[in-house]
Design a protein around this ligand. Structure first.
Ligand SMILES: [Fe+2]
Length: 143
């Protein structure tokens, strides 16, 4: 299993977004580990719930930033976010159907790592300049 470790490679330079990405990595790491250890339904359920809530909060922060700064590709970016939510919901269903096992843990880990790496390094990077370099409103915090 590939550990979910946030490194400066993932930094996009908007303080709130980077902070949330870090927390998302932490939550996804605990989800992978929890499934791998075969933790009980209560524990896995709690981790899944925290992750879902945090993902929703994070996506709405980014979508709000992109809309406020009139990022031209906001719709395509939002489509990716909706796809991720579907993927997470599908994992949840698989878990509810079959419980934890190492196969599900590995699959969840592999797909989540792959999605977030691509999303942060390519898709999130693309809106960065519209927010950070925005005249007058381009504080690096982006908040
Ligand atoms: Fe995003």
């Amino acid at each position: 299993m590939e550990p979910f470790i946030w490194t400066s490679e993932y930094e996009i330079g908007i303080v709130d977004v980077d902070r949330q990405h870090r927390e998302l990595f932490r939550l996804m790491d605990s989800l992978s580990l929890s499934l791998y250890r075969g933790d009980g339904k209560k524990v896995v359920g709690q981790v899944l719930h925290s992750l879902e809530e945090y993902v929703a909060q994070h996506f709405s922060l980014e979508e709000d930033l992109m809309s406020r700064h009139r990022y031209p590709d906001v719709v395509r970016h939002m489509t990716q976010h909706r796809q991720f939510e579907k993927q997470l919901a599908a994992f949840k269903k698989d878990y509810e159907r079959g419980g934890s096992d190492s196969y599900l843990a590995l699959r969840v880990n592999k797909e989540l790592v792959a999605w977030w790496k691509t999303h942060i390094l390519q898709v999130d990077r693309e809106y960065r300049s519209y927010i950070v370099d925005a005249p007058g409103d381009g504080t690096p915090t982006g908040a």
